[in-house]
Design a protein around this ligand. Sequence first.
Ligand SMILES: Cc1ncc(COP(=O)(O)O)c(C=O)c1O
Length: 379
Amino acid sequence: MLNQRRVFSATPYFDDESIIGIVDEIKVILKSGMLADGPQVKNFEAEFAKYTQTEHAVAVNSGTAALEIMLRYFGVEGKEVIVPTNTFVATPTSVLFCGGTPVFADIKAETLCIDPEDVKRKLNSKTAGVIAVHIAGLICPEINELRELCHNNGLFLIEDAAHAHGAVIDQKKAGNLCDGGAFSFYPTKVMTTGQGGMITTNNPELALVAQKMRDHGLDPDRIMVMLGDNWCMSEVTAIIGKYQLANLDEFVKKRNEIAKRYDHSLAKSQHISLFQTPDNIRHSYYKYPLRLNGIDKNKIAFILKNDFGIDTGSIYYPPCHLHPWYMSNLHTRKGDLPISEDVLKEVLCLPIHLGITDKTADYVVDSLNTCISRVSDEK
Ligand SMILES: Cc1ncc(COP(=O)(O)O)c(C=O)c1O
């Protein structure tokens, strides 16, 4: 590496006040001995429901668990669930773990989100529902169309909101747009608890089932009434979540400022296409994707890291249907989902998190421009 400077593509953020508050509250629960099943999880759930404007929030120990619980509630065994191929593998694997089959749909090149037209093409008598992923933090702009489509066909629609904490469309928060929302609190996410997840819903029955299913299927009298697992969140995790949630709007605002700075600096580059955010959407900018026009993304990513110390990401390459496991087991093939395959291999994500100052953002842009000139001169 020529340059020792290091810019991570994602990193969690805790201000000093939050760290002091978290440590103090953890001390109290360590002394109380109530590390699970205490008031902190309930409090975090209430705060999260209030934030997302949903009637219920049920805390779990990962975003994957949130998806799996909802899929088990809706019942997907022996059925198909349509998911975008552009997502983290956890989205389709959660369907498989519930005994269903994920059917991959293509995306729209302008948004990187699932294409409702392809969803329509994939509907059949075995379809149980659809999972829409708010990719990179952009709420699927066609979420209302998807909801209507699912409603008219008797299907459930789940929001995979793992990227979209604090994202808004038409004044409604991510997680409050469909039958249920699944959030992840993994450390790279817009807010984190280390590991953790949340289900949001306005369906009281789903909320009740989720509360039992996450705790071995036990009801409040500790009688097993359904098949469940250990998907509970700990009290320590909930404390961390509470402090992160209190800062979420600030995090999203800062991410939007960084994105705007990148947009402004890169707008004129002939080698880059930027993604637009519709006016009715507040993006959460979990990631800042851009598309490189005819320039080898892997070379750019390699030089950025090696010569400039800048980590980048992809979202997502390979798309799920081109992962070897899916190719072998679901018999997906290259060419199945042409838009995803064409676009995603050119999509690079620039670092975006609370540690990116204006100076760092400018360094990222200058370094990217230098890499692009170098790689295009080689041609
Ligand atoms: C789109 C998407 N769905 C689901 C998940 C799963 O969340 P978790 O890692 O908390 O299980 C992730 C996590 O990275 C994700 O990015």
